[in-house]
Design a protein around this ligand. Sequence first.
Ligand SMILES: Nc1ncnc2c1ncn2[C@@H]1O[C@H](COP(=O)(O)OP(=O)(O)O)[C@@H](O)[C@H]1O
Ligand SMILES: [Mg+2]
Length: 322
Amino acid sequence: MLNIAIVAGGDSGEYGISIKSGNQVELHMDRAKFCPYLIEIRGKNWNYRIGLKKFPVDKNDFSLTIGKRKIKFDAVFVAIHGTPGENGKLQGYFDMLEIPYTSCDVTTSAITFNKSFCKDVVRPGGINMAKSMHLFHNRPVSDAGILAELALPVFVKPNNGGSSVGMSKVNLKKELGPALAKAFEADSEILVEEFIKGRELTCGVIRSEGKIITFPVTEIIPKKEYFDYEAKYKKGMADEIVPADIPAGTSAQCREISGMLYERLNCKGVVRFDYIHTGKDFYFLEVNTVPGMSEASIVPKMARAHGWSFTELITRLLKEVL
Ligand SMILES: Nc1ncnc2c1ncn2[C@@H]1O[C@H](COP(=O)(O)OP(=O)(O)O)[C@@H](O)[C@H]1O
Ligand SMILES: [Mg+2]
């Protein structure tokens, strides 16, 4: 039997979502093949729990000791969204211990988690992207300086973030200052990006048995102005249509771009590429290298539409690294 650590939790605003992802992965992991251990990572506290009893992870070799039994892991299923599971930090740790894991490697995780640097790597691939500015806390730019470069409305987002935490849509000039302040509370760098009007489409991609497989394209229809935190996680605040009701050619194009980006960014495991489709063109927004795996999340629904159960999705992700 293979021992699998599912790491969940983490240190970002996505902690709660990650715990849900971890729980679902544990619930659906094939017990005939794998023995799952859900490990919560929160700051320096890394624990496995049985009931109320906590078993701390030995960080020297990422092992557990339960009674007289020492448990080592054959692979890690990464279910931490945000830091330290989606930005390369844990990936570096596991690389040094030579423990395989289901997510992208250190470099890809670190680059893709930085929204602006990710765009810089994607850009030469010829993909459309919203015009943007990458701002740093210690190098302030005036509102006028920003508005000289970018046209309203703009999105102001923490550059290293997720789940729309700390993000605002700015329609009016007077809203820019407060939006910048809010984003800088969440991160020391931010991305200011022109708003692209269109339909929001997302495509999951996985490598399995040596092949890159794209899942059916999904349309996100938020009931809010955009796909903000509430629209993402509050029941009924967004419709997610799998497969999207779009022309076959549009869907094929989305899948083709996504497969190409998966290779260009050297992705591993399952990732989700987000776009705005203007009716004519695709604009790349971002890639989620540790996408949600909760009951309500998009990737498990995409996998189902592709014909895979959640259990099969997990098995394929693990088989790829074992
Ligand atoms: N440039 C943009 N044009 C239109 N909508 C955007 C733009 N940037 C972000 N959004 C909206 O905001 C949501 C969250 O932005 P995103 O960059 O994906 O950040 P996060 O990592 O927090 O998910 C998107 O799903 C989309 O609804
Ligand atoms: Mg997003």
